[in-house]
Ligand binder design. Structure first.
Ligand code: SF4
Ligand code: SF4
Length: 473
């Protein structure tokens, strides 16, 4: 029986509720009256239910699809302006005891190079990442209680925060590790993590069982209820995601929105972010062997409909996607992108030899961070290296209430400009710097409050002339 407040996975992700929602969406896919009513509700910017959003995703009326895209774009602008937050993944270890059929780290893969970073190697990676200009990381690790126990992850987090190379700093460490216990989540919270990220992969329980035939991840309920345990452990920023291509995209779409509704209903805080990875090639994995692949066109529609359904939730796209696809989805709702990413263990400090492949997936967008930053600015976006909220204690419901009132914008815009200025001073190529300086000069005039504008201008001067760093609102 469907119950968004239930703490049981099978009840808050109820299969029958998803099937009925998809049936309702099919019946109304071209019912203009229903679609118009949903769009009117969406314009209030308070989000949509999984059932309503499923109708928009199923809609095949050309005119209405244009309206959906225009609304997604407008909501994106209203909530996130023209800022895009930058991050990079950091792979700590690819030892894994699970049998996920879509990931080359699965236990039975004997020809992938297995690596686990020592603390010295973590330091070297962090220095390399700081030298690129990154301030926000997402650490990744396979699940292996012997090789990667929680103590190892905690030690790595401590090392990462301790490295200050030149003007470099990692100011926010998000963590993407396997589902674990409340006690371990509490330890992660105490270690000062930003968001805890865990991809559901698929919400379809039967497919989930087949795609995860062996290992602790096989337990659908334990995996699906991980965010509840994380919240019980005190982590109030959690990031959801599915791997599009494993099961039918419309099922996953309804599932992820139901998960968001559950977090809101049970804990009073929706997800901080939603990631939208699509399955891609990797060592020992061929994406074409998965029959539920999602076309670029559908992918764009998914992004637009998520943007409308959960306006307050950040949306992330990685370097799995090409420059072309990233460009299209940026204006439809994406608020965070990775740049200059390496998906191998130890890949930042030392580029990996081909025969030594330890990567989780093949990076499609292979541009450097500087190229990505320049590209974003050429498109009219402000690349932001901001990490202020978590460091100012603005997490969970405190963050959401600021977000919902629109006040967060007063922080995001100045912080984006000041952190971009730091990047330009310390890491940018001359061409990127020139474009960035002009952009900051123009954008600083868009800071609405006169008093704040003056402070920002002064801080920008201090960053440029006095080598001062880390100003934030
Ligand atoms: S997806 Fe995660 S749990 Fe599964 S094999 Fe890969 S690293 Fe291990
Ligand atoms: S001020 Fe907060 S919400 Fe805005 S970009 Fe910075 S960390 Fe994100």
């Amino acid at each position: 029986m469907y119950n968004a407040k239930s703490m049981k996975a099978e009840e808050f992700i109820d299969h029958n509720e998803i099937m009925e929602s998809l049936k309702y969406a099919d019946e109304n896919r071209n019912n203009l009256e229903v679609i118009d009513a949903i769009l009117e509700k969406a314009k209030l910017r308070k989000g949509l239910t999984h059932r309503e959003a499923s109708v928009l995703l199923a809609c095949s009326d050309e005119e209405k699809i244009k309206e959906i895209y225009a609304l997604a774009e407008q909501i994106k602008k209203d909530f996130y302006g023209n800022r895009i937050v930058m991050f990079a993944p950091l792979y700590l270890s690819n030892y894994c005891v699970n049998g996920c059929t879509y990931c080359p780290y699965h236990l039975k893969n004997k020809h992938i190079a297995r690596k686990k970073l020592t603390q010295e190697e973590v330091k070297a990676e962090v220095i390399a990442l700081q030298d690129l200009g990154h301030k926000r990381l997402a650490i990744e690790s396979g699940e292996d209680p012997v090789n990667n126990p929680i103590e190892y992850i905690l030690e790595c987090i401590k090392t990462i925060y301790s490295v200050h190379h030149k003007n470099g700093d990692i100011r926010r460490v998000n963590v993407n590790i396997a589902a674990t216990t409340v006690e371990n989540y509490r330890k992660l919270k105490d270690a000062g993590i930003g968001t805890y990220i865990l991809f559901q992969e698929t919400y379809h329980k039967e497919s989930y069982g087949q795609l995860h035939p062996t290992g602790p991840k096989h337990d659908y309920a334990y995996h699906t209820e991980a965010m509840d345990r994380a919240m019980e452990g005190g982590i109030d920023d959690v990031g959801l995601g599915v791997l599009f291509g494993l099961d039918k995209y419309r099922y996953e779409f309804a599932g992820i929105l139901m998960h968001a509704e559950h977090l809101e209903a049970a804990h009073g805080v929706g997800p901080h972010t939603i990631s939208v990875p699509r399955i891609c090639d990797a060592e020992d994995i061929k994406k074409d062997e998965f029959s539920n692949g999602v076309s670029d066109e559908i992918f764009e529609k998914i992004v637009a409909c998520i943007r409308i359904a959960v306006p307050y939730t950040g949306m992330i796209v990685s370097t799995r996607e090409s420059q072309k696809v990233r460009e299209k989805v940026l204006h439809l709702g994406i608020s965070q992108v990775s740049g200059g990413s390496k998906t191998s263990v130890g890949g930042y400090a030392e580029p990996e030899l081909e025969e030594d492949n330890s990567a989780q997936f093949d990076v499609t967008d292979q541009r450097s961070l500087d190229e990505v930053v320049k590209w974003l600015m050429d498109l009219g976006y402000i690349p932001s290296f901001c990490t202020a909220c978590y460091r100012e204690g603005r997490t969970g419901d405190r963050f959401m209430s600021l977000c919902k009132s629109g006040q967060i914008q007063n922080c995001c815009h100045p912080n984006a400009l000041m952190t971009l200025q730091e990047y330009l001073m310390d890491y940018a190529s001359p061409e990127t710097k020139k474009i960035g300086e002009a952009l900051i000069e123009k954008e600083v005039e868009n800071v609405p409050k006169e008093k704040v504008k003056e402070i920002v201008k002064e801080n920008l001067r201090l960053i440029r002339e006095d080598n001062r760093r880390d100003f934030r609102f």
